[in-house]
Design a protein around this ligand. Structure first.
Ligand code: COA
Length: 324
């Protein structure tokens, strides 16, 4: 039986930093409100880099750190909801940029749980013996979709990319168990980029609406209810207990959400890694951005047992038990 282990991580964020004070110059908001409601202090915004540029930067870092020859990369999955193009996929753009001529490349869209869904797909390919390795990257340039007249939403999001190299192993390590799910019945709680079905033979508008729209309270309730349930199911499935877990790497949407999840799971808050103060909510990039930072700081060590848990538009969620 095969397992898939994370053998390298990498990230890439735009250099441009926008602080809460910077935002308060163009939006009716202030640092105190944003920090107290979300834990976010600043975010990185694109100076022109698109989702594929950031994803390529993350992939290049993964290649450099792992030493893998790009020609040996077998699968590239990019999770994004802010792709440069609807088609070609961002994964195909990354494939060409890094010279991974032998890889199969495609995108997955599951919003802020996108990295979890991408990891899940890649894990299956590896466990079935189809591929020996895969690069999975979450990348977002959400700044291009923000409505700066909607102060309840625009202050929360940022841009960035990060990912991992997943490799086949026969050791019982890497992705040990997962729990993922969707609830399309609540799809309208968080939307972005409506494209109407207008054409020259009907009277339907052709005008697309790019911006992100969110029912903040509905998402807050969803996250604080569904994530603890998902993590509990994951622990049950895997026969593990909370005190065996070294770290939880949650989707970096909001520190208040993470605090409630920690209370509901009766797990100490210091096991939950957070870096939304620096990046804001970067959707599918947020979990790998946090993971990469933990690896760089030496927090995650060989043998660390972690839970990744993400939630987002769709609605979607996903949790994974990962042994390093
Ligand atoms: N700056 C200052 N005031 C703001 C503001 C801002 N950026 N945004 C909203 N407000 C105001 C509101 O207008 C409201 O004022 P009022 O009482 O005079 O009407 C007040 O703050 C409270 O607004 P409310 O929407 O009730 O705030 P909240 O405590 O529910 O927090 C969110 C709003 C969005 C921070 C919160 O609902 C949340 O975190 N939701 C989850 C969002 C999320 O994580 N989404 C991504 C999921 S992947």
């Amino acid at each position: 039986m095969y397992f898939s282990k994370i053998s390298a991580t990498g990230s890439c964020a735009p250099d441009k930093i926008v602080t809460n004070d910077d935002l308060s110059k163009i939006v009716d908001t202030n640092d105190e409100w944003i920090v107290s409601r979300s834990g976010i202090k600043r975010r990185h915004f694109s100076s022109g880099e698109n989702a594929s540029d950031l994803a390529t930067g993350a992939a290049e870092e993964i290649i450099k750190r792992s030493g893998i020859d790009p020609l040996d990369i077998e699968l590239i999955i990019v999770a994004t909801v802010s792709a440069d193009y609807t088609t070609p996929s961002t994964a195909c753009l990354v494939q060409a940029n890094i010279g991974a001529a032998n890889a199969v490349a495609f995108d997955v869209g599951a919003a802020c749980a996108g990295f979890m869904f991408g990891l899940s797909v890649a894990d299956k390919y590896i466990k079935c013996g189809v591929y020996k390795n895969a690069i999975i990257i979450g990348t977002e340039v959400l700044s291009k979709y923000l409505d700066f007249n909607d102060r309840g939403t625009c202050v929360l999001f940022g841009d960035g990319a990060a990912g991992v190299l997943l490799e086949r192993t026969e050791e019982q390590e890497g992705i040990l168990c997962e729990e993922i799910g969707s609830d399309g019945f609540k799809a309208m709680a968080l939307t972005k980029g409506f494209s109407p079905a207008g054409n020259v033979f009907n009277n339907v508008s052709c005008e697309a609406d790019r911006s992100m729209k969110m029912d903040g309270k509905a998402i807050f309730d969803f996250a604080t209810r569904s994530v603890p349930v998902s993590v509990k199911k994951l622990l049950e499935k895997s026969g593990r207990f909370t005190d065996e877990i070294d770290f939880v790497i949650p989707h970096q949407a909001n520190s208040r959400i993470v605090e409630i999840i920690s209370r509901k799971l009766k797990m100490p808050l210091d096991k939950f890694y957070m870096n939304m103060d620096e990046y804001g909510n970067t959707s599918s990039a947020s979990i790998p951005l946090a993971l990469n930072e933990m690896v760089e700081k030496g927090i995650i060590k060989k043998g660390s047992l972690c839970i990744f848990t993400g939630f987002g538009a769709g609605l979607t969620w996903g949790s994974m038990l990962v042994k390093f």
